[in-house]
Design a protein around this ligand. Structure first.
Ligand SMILES: [Zn+2]
Length: 279
């Protein structure tokens, strides 16, 4: 295993990646002045307001979840606009509410940011526009009968039926295309830049667009096949640059600049339009 130049050999950080931005704040539980201030609730008895709300059919604005593993209170704004509050094992709902009260401003800003973000359709049917190769593209019926097909611009995909939600079947087809196209493009760019790639994998990552291991494996998120070509190439170049600089130092960004001068535009696209990739 070759150690890339500039890598300082910290074994605890084996991979570097482009993370998918999440709206999240967290804080350790406050240390109570009096130990009786702690409220211990058995995990099994923990409130599950989320399920209660689902039963009554109303969408809550906030849900509380108790986590045995969480070490701090965490506030996350979910894609559906519900604020999710994680209560650590030793925390209480009362403290969780205080934590939320302290972060009201953050929550308001996160909600405003979310409202400005373009949102993809939840279910896909004929006529729905979805992100495909960087453009919002309408799903059209291409063939009816025994072997139904739909098309997105000039790409044709077989489907089980033209009726109903096409999302799962189309996303599976996108992932299949990605497994062919993304490695091909990575090898091409690696040859062009003289980068020493050992392996390319395409995965269904929820939190990263791409990552690079010290051993020279580049992993890419299949959803990049839906993104503009420039964004896809930027992510690949970002990971190739990590083969030379296993960090996010100035020298790393200088390497990215050399490989892909328009990286700032691509970062901007990921920030503002990346939510269209359905994560
Ligand atoms: Zn990186």
């Amino acid at each position: 295993m070759k150690t890339p130049p500039g890598f300082v050999g910290r074994k605890n950080i084996p991979r570097l990646c482009v993370r998918i931005r999440r709206l999240r704040v967290k804080s350790r539980p406050p240390v109570p002045s009096d130990s009786s201030a702690w409220v211990f609730v058995p995990i099994s008895a923990a409130l599950n307001l989320e399920n209660a709300a689902l039963v009554s059919g109303t969408m809550p604005e906030m849900v509380f979840k108790r986590s045995v593993r969480a070490r701090s209170y965490r506030l996350t704004l979910r894609k559906d606009g519900v604020a999710a509050v994680t209560i650590p094992a030793r925390g209480s709902e009362r403290e969780a509410r205080e934590f939320v009260a302290q972060h009201q401003d953050w929550l308001a800003r996160a909600r405003a940011r979310q409202a400005r973000r373009p949102r993809p359709a939840v279910s896909w049917t004929i006529g729905t526009s979805v992100l495909w190769r960087g453009e919002m593209t309408e799903i059209r019926a291409a063939a009816v009968g025994e072997a139904p097909k739909v098309c997105l611009a000039s790409d044709v995909f077989p489907v089980r039926a033209l009726e109903g939600d096409l999302r799962a079947v189309l996303e599976a087809q996108f992932a299949r295309r990605a497994k062919i196209e993304l490695p091909a493009r990575t090898w091409e760019l690696a040859a062009e830049k003289g980068a020493d790639v050992k392996q390319v994998t395409v995965r269904n990552q929820r939190s990263r667009w791409g990552s690079c291991s010290v051993g020279g494996t580049i992993s890419l998120n299949w959803r990049l096949v839906q993104a503009p070509e420039s964004v896809r190439d930027y992510i690949i170049c970002h990971e190739l640059a990590h083969l030379r600089q296993m960090n996010h130092s100035d020298r790393f960004w200088a390497q990215v600049e050399e490989y892909f001068p328009a990286w700032r535009e691509a970062e901007r696209w990921l920030k503002h339009e990346g939510s269209l990739l359905g994560l």
